[in-house]
Ligand binder design. Sequence first.
Ligand SMILES: CC(C)(COP(=O)(O)OP(=O)(O)OC[C@H]1O[C@@H](n2cnc3c(N)ncnc32)[C@H](O)[C@@H]1OP(=O)(O)O)[C@@H](O)C(=O)NCCC(=O)NCCS
Length: 140
Amino acid sequence: MTGDIVALSDQHAAEVIELWEAAGLTRPWNPAADDYTRAVEGPTSDVLGVHDGGVLVGTVMVGHDGHRGWVYYLAVRDSHRGAGMGKALMRAAEEWLRLRGGVKLQLMVRTENRVVHDFYRAIGYEPQDVTVLGRRLDDA
Ligand SMILES: CC(C)(COP(=O)(O)OP(=O)(O)OC[C@H]1O[C@@H](n2cnc3c(N)ncnc32)[C@H](O)[C@@H]1OP(=O)(O)O)[C@@H](O)C(=O)NCCC(=O)NCCS
């Protein structure tokens, strides 16, 4: 039976990383375990997750930077897609932000992952007229 969407903790790290890898979300230059620990232990972020029969079937990382809320690592296990779980996780992330006073939730989609644009549009997210710039501060 599918459980509630709840904030995950350090003890869930291994199953979370396994799901992120299965969903194709990890990249060698972003150590997923480090990303998870920072999000779970930091004061302005959480990783929300949902289990079904003891198996982790969905996650979303949500945080706020003092101005906007941001979502990362939205993943639904293959076996559970197309049943509203991705939408439910995004709604839970929105509620998380709303409770902390945030009024806008944003996310970035990798260019090669255009296939999820229709999912985000279906749940009310629209492309923004911005260009994201970035610079690494490590040697990766
Ligand atoms: C993207 C993802 C989270 C969607 O999860 P899901 O549980 O299958 O999505 P839902 O069942 O909640 O779909 C919600 C809505 O989006 C629509 N939708 C979902 N995937 C879609 C697709 N590929 N194309 C068009 N519409 C889609 C559904 O029809 C549904 O519409 P409705 O509310 O009108 O019925 C899932 O496919 C996934 O984990 N993908 C791999 C990881 C990934 O790419 N994450 C996003 C990184 S930016």
